[in-house]
Ligand binder design. Structure first.
Ligand code: NAD
Length: 351
């Protein structure tokens, strides 16, 4: 199968590209390498993959890579609320306009399947357990762009292209394009580097999933042409932030939890997610544990594969700020971007 991974040189995409290539798929990765400051993409991607350095808002480029593809997977965008808050207009272009432009192009090219990487962040804050039928409750711009894209994709794909929505739990574990800014990776790297595990509050629940398991789910979704919305994770891996800290402390020798003030409303996400639908369809999906992911991150620092976890390249918020300042990523305001920005403001109000 010929698969195009948009944003495929990122944390998840670089793992997924290796996995899909190992299964014999023909993989094309398109990425602007926002966080990599000129790194050789050959270090991130399998040698069999084709790499195209470009912007995911460029319809001509997308037209060329979609031509003859069986599936298009959209992993691009700015991940998480803190990075999206740097510039809301940029976030709307990268997280809403870009996947919609790609969907228009994929449908125009007659691509069979379009997989959109969404997030369990769409659930925001909920009592009880949420599943794919629960009404989303987006708490910030990141989640709002995901909710709107999910809603609009079926119209844009116009019955030509099958649409698959993957709502990921928070991802952990090692990758050729390492991120250390999500909760597990951040706590594990801090524990090794400083001996301290910062904990602010800690009662909020977070579902977790290992990056390698996400790649496996993507491969299954492509093989079986699974359509519709899927929560990606495991019922066993719903943890509170305090439990994550305790797990890290138990694995990293000599580390201890350092309690700080409760988090403010900026990250008020709190939800328990049901992954029953995925388990029923793919019974062995997402079986890697939190402990395994923590150990992988601890090993990256212990073996000095990563020497300075504070470098901006490991943190999407600081990495994006650097890229924005250096002009490696900018607001384009093309006609298509403006059109999708209007849709966003019509749905959620002015930026
Ligand atoms: N990592 C998580 O915990 C998590 C959780 C839920 C959902 N997701 C979703 O999974 C997807 C992948 O996340 P990730 O952790 O791999 O993020 P990432 O930041 O590591 O990867 C995103 C990639 O997209 C590229 N990119 C973004 N906008 C681009 C543009 N306009 N042109 C060219 N390249 C562009 C970046 O260079 C980067 O390589 C995202 O859609 C994210 O919302 C991730």
């Amino acid at each position: 199968m010929r698969v195009v991974l948009l944003g495929g040189a990122g944390y998840i995409g670089s793992v997924a590209s290796h996995h899909l290539a190992s299964l014999g798929h023909q993989v094309t990765v398109v990425d602007g390498l926002i966080y990599n400051r000129g790194d050789d993409p050959g270090r991130l991607l399998p040698s069999a993959a084709e790499f195209v350095n470009g912007d995911l808002r460029d319809p001509d480029l997308l037209g060329r890579v979609c031509d003859g593809a069986n599936a298009v997977v959209h992993l691009g965008g700015i991940v998480g609320e803190p990075a999206c808050r740097l510039d809301e207009e940029l976030a709307v272009e990268l997280n809403y306009a870009a996947p919609m432009i790609a969907a228009e192009t994929a449908a125009g090219a007659g691509v069979g399947q379009y997989v959109f990487f969404s997030s369990c962040s769409v659930y925001g804050r909920h009592e009880g357990t949420v599943d794919e039928g629960t009404e989303p409750n987006p708490l910030g711009v990141y989640a709002r762009t995901k909710v709107l894209a999910e809603r609009r994709l079926p119209d844009v794909l116009a019955g030509v292209t099958e649409s698959t929505i993957l709502r990921l739990a928070t991802v952990h574990g090692s990758s050729p394009r390492q991120r250390l800014d999500s909760v597990v990776n951040s706590m594990a790297s801090r524990a090794v580097a400083t001996g301290c595990i910062p904990l602010n509050g800690g009662a909020q629940r977070r579902p977790l999933v290992h990056v390698g398991d996400v790649a496996q789910v993507l491969a299954s979704v492509l093989d079986d042409n699974l359509a519709g919305a899927w929560n990606v994770g495991s019922d066993q891996e719903n943890h509170t932030i305090a439990e994550i800290a305790e797990t890290v402390a138990a694995i990293v020798p000599g580390s201890r939890i350092q309690c700080g003030p409760e988090r403010d409303e900026a990250d008020a996400r709190d939800y328990r997610v049901s992954f029953a639908r995925l388990k029923q369809r793919i019974p062995r999906a997402c079986s890697t544990t939190l402990k395994d992911g923590v150990q992988q991150i601890a090993d990256l620092l212990a073996t000095r594969t990563i020497t300075d976890p504070d470098e901006p390249q490991y943190d999407n918020h600081r990495g994006l700020a650097d890229a924005f300042t250096a002009g490696r990523v900018r607001i384009l305001r093309t006609r298509a971007c403006e059109r999708y920005r209007s849709e966003y403001t019509a749905a959620w109000g002015q930026l």
